[in-house]
Ligand binder design. Sequence first.
Ligand SMILES: *Cc1c(COP(=O)(O)O)cnc(C)c1O
Length: 401
Amino acid sequence: MREYEVEEDRPYTRVYAAVDLDAVEENAGAMKAVLSEGTKIMGIVKADGYGHGAVPVAHAIDPYVDMYGVADIEEAVNLQDHGFSKPILVLGVTHIKHSDRVVRRKIRPAVFQRQQAKALSQAAVRLGETAFIHLAVDTGMSRIGMAPSKESADLALAISRMPGICVEGIFTHFARADERDKAFTLRQMEEYSGFIKMLEDRGVSIPIKHISNSAGITDMRQADWDMVRAGISLYGLYASEQVETERIPLRPAMEVKSFITYVKKIGQGAAVSYGGTFIAPKPMTVATIPVGYGDGYPRSLSGKARVLIRGKSAPILGRICMDQMIVDVTDIHGAAEDDMVTLIGRDGDQEITVEELAQIGDGFHYELVCNVGKRVPRVYMRKGRIAGKKDYFADRYEGAF
Ligand SMILES: *Cc1c(COP(=O)(O)O)cnc(C)c1O
């Protein structure tokens, strides 16, 4: 077996995802540099930081963000348990049974129904605390939020007057800001501003008004308001191929690396992998890679995608298995067991991007990074050196089965 000289070249023997925290920090800085004066950033670290690891990402962006955004209360608690003290907004619906916990921990829930607000108000009064909330407004997603109507404005007024409640923020979410045509997005902004006006007419003024996501950050300065919610762009990916990529330089933070486990020659007519969907048209040299859909590498890329070995493309042959795949190294001179394999990222002057994989597998780049499995350890890089690691190898359960 080949020996690698430095730990950085082989922190794990099978597969790992390297997350460059310098890239994450620079991406946050690049956004900060173009935002309107005074606009705050909420760093969205839901789904464990889009698969990158919420805690190290939150550390890396800390100098640039004023708040964090997560999907549920458990993600918020996890950040707090790791020592983060900035406000955390839960973007989805928080069940009223968590009201005490939310208030005690000063987690900001998204609120848009009377019962939610009432439960939080009661909890706040009982605990002698303040419940900080953000009102969610539905301007075009039909997902969560109150309609931007007169009745909602009256409800918002009532909520703002409930004892123990502080309406710190109000937000809506873009449905189509990642499209070149911004007509729908501009309509959402009008709905939102109209609603803010209705609130102001009722004497309700809310300090943090926020609406924009990564697509808005690249394309729409007029959507900055008091704060923007930066998600995918922190991780170095543009929201879509239709957004402006010139103004804000982003660097993808994640690379996925593996190592060849076996190289062999196969004869003409040999069948490769399940179903024999690939039959060697000539004698070939193939390499086995110990990664599969059980690691989150999509099976839909079978026979379509490539990996990089020695700076060259090695096409995937036949079906991707749960834990392994087979690639063509016939034209990669010297390809050998233990050679590094790049599934996502750079090798020499070649690069495989998440967008490339999303496109050929009919997938979605956000989903690909989120789905990098828990069998794939994460390795955190700072200045080209390993700064930390996270693996999920220890497998502990609670309870009796
Ligand atoms: C996920 C999410 C974001 C971040 O979106 P990106 O496109 O990743 O920037 C912002 N706001 C809300 C409400 C979200 O759910």
